[in-house]
Design a protein around this ligand. Structure first.
Ligand code: C2E
Ligand code: MG
Ligand code: MG
Ligand code: MG
Length: 293
């Protein structure tokens, strides 16, 4: 009996795998045309200064409006797009769209708001990421000095020299480089020696344990001190509570991002509270927030 049950379980498991593989293959196919089919949209989440709560800029976060499946969060399709190479087209589209929007906000508010765009490792292997960025800057008229490109230490997995060369070239243009999800990688702090960077983004997993977590507090204190020594800016990710905000302010973290301030939202809503903007666009009750999925 036990053997029979075991066998059944195996069959169920194999079916699940086949189903998952089919779903992936389907998604991969759909993903290849998503950008051209107009199914991508960019949501924007503000970065705020902790001393006075003012918005310093936005991070562009892509979403996929899948015809059959609602709004797909990037965690579910960016890794796949990386594997298939679809990321190159998606990334180009996100860059152009985010810089176009950044230029609109800049013109409307007269305030030098920053725009941060995520780059994935594959973009440093295929094509010419620097040329893509330059093209998007020229097309939009968005100033290079207000652009931040976010990378994780995953970019260092392959050809380090070529990645560093790209990052150096981008910085020469006045663009700032942020190390995303800082503290979660395997190589510890040593890669800071290799990666040309201007900003450290403290990963949400540390912020989550504030205000009471001892090791999180110690780690964030060290990161802030390290950043100060190296002349880097610090942004804390994923701030959800007032206690976390206060703890980060007490630890002299200058900027933060998180649901406490605002969830990522479409441009019309994200930009509604900017200075020099007219009325607030009310949240649409029917619109699903991707984070709630
Ligand atoms: P990330 O760059 O670290 O972005 C931060 C993620 O944390 C976003 O998830 C954001 O919605 C979420 N977040 C922000 N504040 C909070 C909070 O207070 N609590 C919680 N629980 N989450 C918060 P999202 O938009 O799902 O993006 C996930 C990841 O997908 C991003 O992580 C980034 O690595 C990647 N990604 C997003 N857009 C792009 C893109 O255009 N290109 C590339 N290459 N990657 C992207
Ligand atoms: Mg990011
Ligand atoms: Mg991050
Ligand atoms: Mg993160």
């Amino acid at each position: 009996l036990a053997k029979a049950q075991g066998k059944n379980r195996l069959v169920v498991y194999a079916d699940g795998m086949a189903e998952a593989a089919r779903r992936r293959a389907g998604l991969a196919q759909d993903l290849a045309v998503a950008a051209d089919a107009g199914q991508l949209e960019v949501h924007y989440q503000p970065t705020v200064r902790l001393t006075d709560g003012r918005t310093t800029g936005f991070e562009a976060l892509v979403r996929w409006n899948h015809p059959g499946g609602g709004l797909v969060p990037p965690g579910e399709f960016i890794p796949l797009a990386e594997e298939t190479g679809a990321i190159t087209g998606i990334a180009r589209w996100v860059l152009r769209e985010a810089l176009r929007q950044g230029a609109v906000w800049l013109a409307e508010t007269g305030t030098p708001l920053r725009m941060a765009v995520n780059l994935s490792p594959r973009q440093f292997q295929d094509g010419d990421v620097t040329a893509d960025v330059v093209a998007a800057l020229e097309e939009s008229g968005f100033p290079a000095e207000l652009l931040t490109l976010e990378v994780t230490e995953g970019v260092l997995v392959r050809d380090v020299d070529s990645v560093v060369a790209h990052l150096e070239a981008l910085r020469t243009l006045g663009i700032r480089i942020a190390i995303d999800d800082f503290g979660t990688g395997f190589s510890g702090l040593s890669y800071l020696r290799h990666l040309p960077a201007d900003i450290i983004k403290i990963d949400r997993s540390f912020v989550m344990d504030l205000p009471r977590g001892r090791s999180a507090t110690t780690l964030i204190t060290s990161i802030v001190e390290l950043a100060r020594t190296l002349g880097l800016d610090v942004v804390a990710e994923g701030v959800e509570t007032e206690g976390q905000r206060q703890a980060l302010a007490d630890l002299h973290c200058a900027q933060a991002q998180g649901y406490l301030f605002a969830r990522p939202a479409p441009a019309a809503r994200a930009g509604a509270s900017l200075p020099g903007r007219p009325a607030r666009v009310p949240a649409q009750p029917g619109a699903p927030a991707v984070e709630r999925l």
